[in-house]
Structure formats: C-alpha cells, structure tokens
Design a protein around this ligand. Structure first.
Ligand SMILES: Nc1ncnc2c1ncn2[C@@H]1O[C@H](COP(=O)(O)OP(=O)(O)O)[C@@H](O)[C@H]1O
Ligand SMILES: [Mg+2]
Length: 225
C-alpha cells in the first residue's frame, strides 16, 4: 500500500501539513508574487522524481528550466526525463491539458505518476475575469476535474494561487473565491517581508490554523530561519 502522504521535499512544510501532501486531495499554496510558491512546487516535484516517480507539471506562468536545475542539482537532466511539462497559454488549453494529463496517469508502462502540480491554477483565469461568473464556473470545472484525477489515481494534487486585494473586506485573499477554497483540503499562505518568508496553515482537516514557519529562499530550495 502506498503511504497516505507524499513528501514535499521540505521537512518543515511536511510537518506543517501533518506529514506531507495528502493523496486524493488538492493542496493549495497561495501568496503574492515572489513569495516562494513555485520554489515549493519544484521542491515537491524533485522529491517525487528522486523517489523514482513521474510527475505532471502544468505551468501557466513560464517554467524556469534554470530554477528546476538549481533545485534538482546534479541529476537534473536525468530527473527531467520523468517530468511531464504542460504549458497552456489560455484557459481553454488549460482544460485540454488536464485531459492530456489523464492520458499519462492511465499509462501503465514506465514510472507511475505520483504527483500532479498546477502552478498557477489562476493565472489564466485572471485573464478571463471580465467574463465574471462564466470564468468562475470554468475554473470550478477545472478544479473538479483535477480532484477527480487525484481520487481516481490515488495521487496528491498541488496547486498555487495568486492573491488580490479584497477591498470590501480590506484584506488580501486568494483568487477563485470560495470555489477554490472549498475544493482545497489543505491551504497554505505565503507571506513575504523583505527576504524572510512565512508559510502559514490556513486550512487543514486535522491541524490547527495559524501554525507557521519562517524561511528564506536559497539556490536549492528553502532554508528555515
Ligand atoms: N538561486 C536563488 N537563490 C536565492 N533566491 C532565489 C534564487 N532563485 C530565485 N530566488 C528568489 O525566489 C523568489 C521567487 O520565488 P518563486 O518561488 O518563483 O515565487 P512565486 O512562485 O511565489 O512567484 C524571488 O524573490 C527570487 O529572488
Ligand atoms: Mg511562481
């Protein structure tokens, strides 16, 4: 039997999440630009690749090969052979590529996919925001399909989310509204103050909200401070 939780490649993040990413659920990381979302995603990717698995990465913000190489280290080239990268350029493609991802999950030859990342889930959504409720409906649909894949193939799904200023409530909030909040079983918020970042638990099924740790971003990932 597969372990219930999958390591994020970061001990403090695993601890925060109660042991790692939970299978059959969506974990969300949200925060401002440069807060460390993609770094944490890549660390989880590299951990899964190092464990011998394949990984699906849907990148809507421009995948940085250089950053992957830094985090993966010496064996980057070899590890990259098992990384399936999708780079949708619009919201419709984002949907198509979720379908393509299922094709890979179904494949029985080669190293099994043990993690699916979507970084970010809302960059392309943002470009459709003027469509209002239609955009929300489409985003929800994508998320429901991702959750379906997580359940059907017994893998964790990790998504990132951007933030906006909620002027009515005078606070920053994750994009995608309650739909994205409800469908994510665990949510982590990243905050950035000068070079120090804080990762804080915002939602979890069995851990108290508000737990956190501080870190800096380094060449090969993060380091707690
Ligand atoms: N090799 C590195 N060493 C230290 N910091 C780095 C390195 N590479 C990128 N960074 C820092 O990481 C931050 C971007 O992190 P990233 O995970 O891409 O954020 P996000 O995805 O939230 O926008 C930037 O502040 C950048 O300066
Ligand atoms: Mg990013």
């Amino acid at each position: 039997m597969k372990p219930e939780r999958v390591s994020t490649g970061s001990l403090p993040l695993d601890d925060l999440l109660g042991g790692g990413l939970e299978r059959r659920t969506i974990t969300q990381i949200y925060g401002e630009p440069a807060s460390g979302k993609s770094t944490l995603c890549l660390m989880a990717v590299v951990a899964s690749l190092r464990a011998g698995n394949s990984v699906i990465y849907i990148d809507t913000e421009g995948f940085s090969v250089e950053r992957f190489k830094q985090i993966a280290g010496e064996n980057a080239g070899q590890l990259a052979n098992r990384l399936y990268l999708f780079e949708p350029i619009d919201f419709a493609q984002q949907g198509t590529m979720i379908a393509d991802a299922e094709g890979l999950l179904r494949k029985s030859d080669g190293a099994p996919v043990d993690l699916l990342v979507m970084d970010s889930a809302t960059a392309l959504y943002r470009t459709e925001l003027d469509l209002g409720r239609e955009a929300v409906r489409k985003l929800s649909h994508h998320m429901i399909r991702l959750l379906g894949l997580a359940k059907k193939y017994d893998i964790p799904v990790l998504i990132t989310n951007q933030i906006y200023m909620d002027v009515e409530r005078d606070r920053v909030a994750g994009l995608g509204g309650t739909a994205l909040e409800h469908i994510s079983k665990a949510i982590i918020r990243l905050e950035k103050k000068d070079s120090i970042r804080r990762a804080m638990l915002r939602k979890h099924r069995s851990r108290p909200e508000g737990l956190s740790f501080d870190f800096v971003i380094t060449k090969n990932g993060i380091r707690t401070v």
